[in-house]
Write a protein that binds this ligand. Structure first.
Ligand SMILES: [Cu+2]
Length: 479
């Protein structure tokens, strides 16, 4: 009898608990959501994002954001003084849930030169916080706000001249998750586009100051993901495994340009349009306004390298707006077969084609000072110019592009190789016993650049270590 009573009381207790638990209160006004205790926000540098909020209740969330003005690189050899939220461009990712009371501490490092502030698009209030957060070097400002609307929001500095503070890298993303959190996925990444304006042209080396006139004219020298060319390529690529779902939090800091965000070889299963509640499905390219964001989700079905671009495509291939997602796993020929045929097709005839150009080849201002610099600058040119045909390790592509790695043809005659890069090449040649009969277009490079790229090629992949100088190139040029 006693034990029956015991069981009965446990059953009663459990059912009462179940009732209680299912009666989760739904707030029609998010401003009424109470906060339970406080916690320090986890902030992350791109491309990482903090842990999902999951089921956690709304809290008082302490955010400590430090502003740092620091020198970095836009691309190899091009230095730039970035102004940053948290030391990175874009700034640290902030992850909150609806109903959180965010206590924001904005700290301006004493070594900085300028006052700054922050306008968070997730804030309902004057200036999005800018009016309460204006802070001089060596000071800290604190203000609080309640997150009323779920979504993905941009934050940025709003200190005059506003455009200049944004152009120098002062932007980032703050996510406000709905009650219960976004559905869990396998991988999440943080990507933000920005445009940069330098006194020198694209690729001009040295410390480059900001160019106000180019910024006003919206003539960007660099358009990049995550603050510099190459922030998401090669070893910095984001990764996933076949079968996983990837979620990208994509923002656009601007200041000037709108992004046509696209992943080559993927279709977005879901896009939270403009970072809000509206979900569009089966999207190829999503538009991300300056000062806006989108949440993009897709399932990866096949392995390979998927290229992230701004599909205003010269920005991707000429100004830096290019990233990579590397997917590992099993091939699936039902979805993608890989190459099934490869032959030569030359509709425009075998004549040497030139890249259209309006102005002549410009000699770069700062020549390489030593062998190390020649190798560094040469690799840069190789990856921009030769890589597409001759491939990353100089291995070429059978029947189409001859190898540069251990190439007997290359190693036999340096002057001939210089001539090929200067003037292009057509007609049958034999490289390592294989015949090629194709077209290499003339490469629009300066003598200095040709010297550097050939030095890089000759001193890589088992070649004969010839060092090529711009004088050697000029001798061939003037023949
Ligand atoms: Cu600022």
């Amino acid at each position: 009898m006693k034990s029956i009573l015991k069981i009965l009381s446990i059953v009663l207790f459990l059912s009462a608990y179940g009732c209680f638990k299912s009666k989760k209160k739904v707030y029609t006004n998010t401003e009424d959501i109470p906060v339970h205790r406080e916690m320090k926000a986890e902030l992350t540098a791109p491309p990482n994002v903090p842990r999902p909020v999951g089921e956690r209740k709304a809290k008082k969330l302490i955010v400590e954001m430090e502003i740092l003005e620091k020198e970095g690189e836009l691309t190899d050899g091009v230095r730039y003084v970035f102004w940053t939220f948290g030391g990175t461009v874009p700034g640290s990712f902030i992850r909150t849930r609806v109903g959180d009371e965010v206590e924001f501490h904005l700290q301006n490092h004493p070594d900085n030169k300028l006052p700054h502030n922050i306008d968070l698009h997730a804030v309902t209030g004057p200036g999005g916080g800018a009016e309460s957060s204006f802070v001089a070097p060596g000071h800290e400002k604190v203000f609080s706000f309640k997150t009323l609307n779920p979504g993905l929001y941009v934050y940025h500095c709003a200190t005059a001249p506003v455009g200049m503070h944004i152009a120098n890298g002062m932007y980032g993303l703050i996510l406000v998750e709905p009650d219960g959190g976004l559905p869990l996925v396998d991988r999440e990444y943080y990507i933000m586009q920005g445009d940069f304006y330098t006194k020198g042209a694209n690729g001009e080396r040295g410390l480059q100051p900001f160019d106000m006139q180019k910024a006003v004219d919206e003539k960007a020298d660099y358009v990049v993901f995550n603050g510099n060319v190459g922030a998401l390529t090669g070893d910095n690529a984001i990764t996933a495994k076949v079968g996983e779902t990837v979620r990208l939090f994509v923002g656009n800091g601007g200041p000037g340009l709108v992004s046509s965000f696209h992943v080559i070889g993927e279709i977005f299963d879901k896009v939270h349009v403009e970072g809000g509640d509206l979900i569009n499905e089966n999207v190829q390219t999503t538009m991300i306004p300056a000062g806006g964001a989108a949440i993009v989700e897709f399932h990866v079905n096949v392995p390979g390298t998927f290229i992230l671009v701004d599909h205003s495509i010269f920005r991707a291939f000429n100004k830096g707006a290019l990233g990579m997602l590397k997917v590992e796993g099993e091939e699936n020929e039902n979805i993608y077969t890989g190459e099934q045929y490869d032959g030569i097709y030359l509709p425009e005839g075998p004549g040497i084609q030139e890249m259209p150009t309006t102005d002549g080849v410009v000699e770069s201002e700062i020549p390489a000072q030593n062998f190390e610099e020649q190798m560094k600058f040469g690799k840069q040119i190789y990856m921009q110019t030769c890589f597409a045909c001759h491939q990353a390790e100089g291995q070429g592509i059978p029947n189409a592009f001859p190898p540069l790695a251990k190439s007997d043809y290359l190693n036999a005659d340096v002057n001939r190789a210089i001539g090929i890069v200067l003037n292009g090449k057509t007609g049958e040649i034999t490289v390592n016993g294989q015949k090629y009969n194709s077209v290499m277009t003339r490469q629009m490079l300066s003598s200095e650049e040709i010297a550097n790229v050939l030095t890089y090629v000759y001193n890589s992949w088992g070649n004969n270590k010839t060092v090529v100088t711009s004088e050697m190139v000029n001798t061939i040029k003037n023949k």
